[in-house]
Write a protein that binds this ligand. Structure first.
Ligand SMILES: [Zn+2]
Ligand SMILES: [Zn+2]
Length: 132
């Protein structure tokens, strides 16, 4: 069981799902919606993810994607894609222990900032990973 939540504690979640597609995303949408140079994510089956406290605010960041965040402190929590209805992406940094789910690759590296140094220990993909 993985648990996490936002910075202020208003929103909490848990998942019994086994993480997959663990990645660090360098796309401009992740950057601009969080203010961070890149964002680490993991996916779990949507049916095995639930909010246990509070409800996040949702907004559509692109025609295919909806993001959620805490309306009080701003922590971004999830991403749901229209064309991947069985999965939900969760920000690794919102986990109580982000070290439990290290990124296995890096995506959208063609959009990365010039001063960001990529992690040579894991594969990099110029856009989304081939299996996604
Ligand atoms: Zn919060
Ligand atoms: Zn992204």
């Amino acid at each position: 069981m993985l648990k996490g939540g936002c910075f202020c504690g208003q929103i909490r979640y848990e998942t019994t799902g086994t993480p997959f597609h663990e990645t660090t995303c360098h796309c401009a949408n992740c950057r601009r919606t969080t203010g961070a140079p890149s964002v680490a994510w993991f996916s779990v089956p949507r049916t095995q993810f639930r909010f246990t406290l509070g409800e996040p605010t949702r907004f559509r960041s692109t025609p295919r994607g909806t993001r959620s965040f805490c309306s009080q402190c701003g922590t971004q929590l999830t991403f749901e894609a229209e064309d991947l209805p069985t999965a939900i992406d969760v920000t690794t940094g919102s986990l109580d222990d982000p070290n439990e789910v290290p990124p296995q690759d890096q995506t959208w590296t063609r959009s990365k900032l010039s001063w960001v140094v990529l992690d040579e220990r894991v594969p990099k993909h110029s856009a989304s990973a081939p299996d996604r």
